[in-house]
Design a protein around this ligand. Sequence first.
Ligand SMILES: Cc1cc2nc3c(=O)[nH]c(=O)nc-3n(C[C@H](O)[C@H](O)[C@H](O)COP(=O)(O)OP(=O)(O)OC[C@H]3O[C@@H](n4cnc5c(N)ncnc54)[C@H](O)[C@@H]3O)c2cc1C
Length: 326
Amino acid sequence: MASADVVVRPTKWSKVAVTLNPIFRKGVLAATHNRAVAAGVRRYGMQCGAARFVAGETIDEAVPVLRSLNQKGLRTNTTLLGEHVRDETMAREVVTAYRIVLDRIAAERLTTNVALKLTHLGLDLGEELAYANAAELVAHAATRGNFIRIDMEESTRVDATLRIYRRLREAGHDNLGTVLQAYLHRTEADLEGLLPLAPNLRLVKGAYLEPATVAYPKKADVDAGFLRLAQRMLRAANGFTAIATHDERLIEHLIGFARREGVAGDRFEFQMLYGIRPQLQADLVRRGHRVLVATPFGPDWYFYLMRRLAERPANALFFAQNLAHR
Ligand SMILES: Cc1cc2nc3c(=O)[nH]c(=O)nc-3n(C[C@H](O)[C@H](O)[C@H](O)COP(=O)(O)OP(=O)(O)OC[C@H]3O[C@@H](n4cnc5c(N)ncnc54)[C@H](O)[C@@H]3O)c2cc1C
């Protein structure tokens, strides 16, 4: 079946939601940079609902959460939340913290890898700094038999992120992967450029506020692009595909596609976020699929939380009600 065949038939309510959601999403993402919003959410956020999406503020709090997910048959990754560090000392502190996280994962024998952001390792201070920090962590992860995924951030950082990913692969590191975002017009070309590397790629829809010049504004276009890209990745002769979405219709379609194309079960997995659709995660494991739950922790959870609230009006409403009742 061609990807165009799977476009979902809209109901009256889904049409309303499709119209309102992009406006809502833009509003929340824009409010993220408002100082009063940031101060209020940072002060009360953990008690008001952030804990649903974040596995605590310290690695000690995160370890039991990761373990209990593993015990349910779910693989996990973890992230020390934070982005956009302002100086080299802060970037160094982040590298040290990730070394400790990798050591702790090994000591606790968790089925957990690491996903990190290059702006957290100093990308805004210079590409060389981010490269050196990422190289150090990827090498350290290799000594622990572990794997690092480089998350994808705003469109202005895609070129540098892909350059660093390529350089690391060319330097001989193969325990790393990166992310492609289906909402960007450029992604099909990026994917074709990466496929010869037999890459380990996570495909997402994309979480940032991007102009229509670089990203599809319509959800239907993003969803169709997601399917096209995922199918291309699954059909590729080698590499590994992480299908990162909570969108059940896309997941079911891709399960059928993988079955028809004879894609081996160890060549792809589904990835979802901690706290989102846990029942779907469990059902997929029960059906024999490989599922990873991205489970971040850390005191700097503000931007991560705001992106999750922007994705779903019900989350933001629930959160705002809790905040108002304080
Ligand atoms: C493992 C993982 C890693 C990611 N890494 C990146 C990255 O590196 N860069 C990046 O730009 N983006 C990343 N994202 C975020 C991604 O781009 C989307 O913003 C996010 O996944 C929401 O889109 P969706 O695919 O789930 O589909 P949507 O169409 O947004 O949602 C489909 C359905 O999923 C459920 N759902 C979705 N979001 C929520 C939510 N917040 N709360 C409750 N239910 C929800 C709802 O039932 C919804 O109807 C990542 C997502 C995942 C799952």
